[in-house]
Design a protein around this ligand. Structure first.
Ligand SMILES: [Fe+2]
Ligand SMILES: [Fe+2]
Length: 471
């Protein structure tokens, strides 16, 4: 059992007090982080007490504490999951060897890169969402937004700890740069494209937490397999927090669907826009947009980098150990999509080459579950409309579908065909303007904005009308 030092300046279970140099270095980074939070974290309700979950332990018997906290006083800490005794590398060229407690010299720059790319997304999403608190549809939702934000901040801490502890001077430099790149900054943007777009409204926020945070889940889950044990244990614990972020997305979209159903029935119409709701076809366009940009985050169908990371033991597959193959993947094959001028087909490659595609498949299967749940609400309400995930080639900017036009059904289109139909597949300016027009902040406990249904229950056994944020 690692001991939790909860009262330290930086709460942790990694014995920071036993490594004074490291402790001092992180304590010097801490005020820079707090300044970043003040400048680029939530833009409104900065000092209001929020009913937040704070990680205080990592064990099975409860790891979190719930209480009202002013966000700048949130106790961002460093927590690694408990080590697994005699853990062995589960895949790649080093399969069967003991996992590493230090970074092997030959993998230093690759590991640093993986940690930096993951770490960079965490503060990026806080920056993207910073204006949303002003238009929160309820105090419950505002609280959930802030919960996601403080935990993304903690995930940055998790990556910064690894950089400081294992990567010396370059690691400290990278940690500083995490606070210097900013989402959407033309001179110094965040590393991944999708993290440079603002999250302009709450429907986008729910879609982002459903689709884009779920990419994060799959990236973390494959880093949890890493032979570099501290990275594995860090990601393991981050995944616990991440589950709530996806809950916010899944239930958020589900509540919008429910509200639309209610308005359709109440007014006996498919067009709920005049009644302050969001039409099902607009929801479908938002699904199309967020799902497709999230697919891009997995990279091209085949990737030498991903193959090298796997062979080296740095990054595995989702649930690596439960897979029934040789875990080397050099002589097992699979099909990947291939778009040519003649149409969309497939080609056969080694599974080692196709790791991005395999992770994307796992992701898609997971995304479908929420869609099925939303569709059950529609079916139960006697409505024929069904939401669906578009074809993998739709609206893609990475891989074989890049610079091709593909319909949601998977048909290769000419430029003209695409132009003629794009406005029925992706949110138009008018759709976005309508959604924007619905965004009004609601700050009375238990009250909801008119475009979204109330949640079925509150947070941590509190009632829905609990004062989640003290105004
Ligand atoms: Fe995160
Ligand atoms: Fe997240």
């Amino acid at each position: 059992m690692s001991n939790v030092d909860i009262d330290a300046k930086i709460p942790n279970n990694v014995d920071l007090a036993g490594d004074r140099r490291l402790q001092r270095a992180l304590e010097q980074w801490q005020p820079k982080f707090v300044r970043w939070w003040e400048d680029l974290g939530p833009a409104a309700f900065k000092r209001n007490p929020v009913y937040l979950r704070t990680a205080v332990a990592v064990g099975q018997e409860g790891w979190a504490n719930f209480d009202h906290v002013e966000m700048p006083d949130y106790r961002w800490g460093v927590f690694l999951a408990e080590p697994e005794p005699d853990r062995r590398i589960a895949f790649g060229d080093h399969k069967g060897e003991p996992v590493w407690q230090e970074v092997p010299g030959e993998y230093r720059s690759d590991l640093r890169r993986l940690i930096v790319v993951q770490g960079d997304t965490e503060p990026a999403s806080v920056e993207q969402q910073r204006h949303l608190s002003l238009t929160a549809p309820s105090l419950y939702d505002m609280r959930n937004l802030f919960q996601v934000n403080v935990e993304e901040g903690r995930h940055l801490w998790a990556m910064v700890y690894l950089l400081h502890r294992y990567f010396g001077r370059d690691g400290r430099q990278e940690a500083d740069e995490m606070l210097e790149r900013h989402s959407g900054d033309p001179d110094n943007p965040r590393i991944l494209g999708a993290f440079n777009e603002e999250t302009p409204d709450w429907l986008s926020f729910f879609m982002f937490t459903y689709f884009t945070d779920r990419d994060g889940k799959y990236q973390l889950a494959s880093l949890r397999e890493s032979a570099f044990d501290p990275l594995s244990r860090t990601c393991d614990f981050m995944l616990k927090e991440e589950a709530h972020h996806m809950f916010v997305g899944a239930t958020g979209v589900g509540r919008v669907v429910q509200r639309t159903i209610d308005l359709m029935h109440e007014h006996d119409t498919d067009d709920v826009q005049p009644h302050g709701g969001i039409n099902l076809d607009v929801l479908q366009k938002y699904v199309n947009f967020h799902y497709s940009v999230s697919l891009d985050l997995f990279g091209a169908e085949t990737s030498t980098n991903a193959a090298n990371y796997f062979a080296a033991g740095l990054k595995g597959r989702f649930k690596e150990e439960s897979r029934d193959d040789d875990h080397q993947l050099k002589s097992v094959y699979r099909l990947v999509p291939e778009a040519t001028d003649d149409g969309i087909g497939t080609r056969e490659v080694t599974q080692l080459a196709a790791l991005n595609e395999t992770l994307r498949d796992d992701y898609t299967e997971d995304c479908q579950k929420g869609v099925d749940r939303w569709n059950r609400s529609l079916a139960d309400a006697g409505i024929d409309f069904r939401l669906r995930l578009p074809h993998a080639g739709f609206h893609r900017d990475v891989g074989t579908f890049r610079s091709r036009h593909v319909s949601p059904d998977g048909l290769l289109l000419s430029d003209e065909e695409w132009q003629a139909n794009a406005s029925s597949w992706l949110p138009t300016d008018a759709d976005r303007a309508h959604v924007q027009s619905l965004m009004v902040g609601v700050t009375e406990p238990g009250k909801m904005a008119g475009w979204v249904a109330p949640p079925s229950r509150g947070i941590h056994q509190q009632p829905v009308d609990y004062e989640y944020v003290k105004i």
